[in-house]
Design a protein around this ligand. Structure first.
Ligand code: PRP
Length: 177
């Protein structure tokens, strides 16, 4: 496959402005609680590190690792937890941080798994939402940008483990050579 970055979808500046707004909104909504922020590795690491710095409230941060895509562009539909959260969720207000909701299969699995641990509440904050690709209905409470069906890379998002370090979000075109 020949890979080309076709276009830039969101610049570094546009992302920073939207992340700041999300941080302000979360800070208002969680002003009365000290939520547990669960970052879904690996794609969300960059979004989370910027978002966390926009929060003006006290939070606890933990990480969970999932995998469903491997090196493919299509979800395998089989979600695995490759690294679990250390903190207890019981009675906590929990916010899951995702870089992208595509088919929704990852979040559907995470919501079902984490709800069994009896949090006081469980909400989702995703930088990107691709509603046209949904295979499982998941409630996304906070959305940075809703996008069309592009294969996006950068700002944490990868294709075959590359491009995560780009400071912007781009559209990747894949063509047979
Ligand atoms: C990506 C992304 C989400 C998930 C979204 O993770 O970070 O967790 O896919 O896709 P879905 O809605 O179709 O389930 P991936 O499994 O590629 O792992 P990574 O974050 O480590 O790259």
């Amino acid at each position: 496959m020949r890979e080309t970055i076709e276009s830039q979808l969101y610049s570094r500046e546009a992302i920073a402005a939207r992340v700041k707004e999300l941080g302000q909104q979360l800070s208002r909504d969680y002003a009365e609680s000290e939520p547990l922020v669960v970052v879904v590795l690996k794609g969300s690491a960059m979004f989370a590190s910027d978002l966390l710095r926009e929060l003006s409230i006290d939070v606890e941060v933990d990480y969970i690792g999932t995998s469903s895509y491997g090196d493919a562009t299509e979800s395998s539909g089989h979600v695995r937890i490759v690294k679990d959260i250390g903190a207890s969720l019981q009675g906590r207000h929990v916010i899951i941080i995702e870089d992208i909701v595509d088919t929704g299969l990852t979040l559907d699995y995470l919501l079902r798994t984490l709800n069994l641990r009896e949090p006081a509440s469980l909400k989702i904050c995703a930088l990107l939402d691709k509603p046209s690709r949904r295979r499982a209905e998941v409630p996304v409470d906070y959305i940075g940008f809703s996008i069309d069906d592009h294969f996006v890379i950068g700002y944490g998002l990868d294709y075959a483990s590359r491009y995560r370090n780009l400071p912007y979000i781009g559209v990747l075109k894949l063509e047979a050579e």
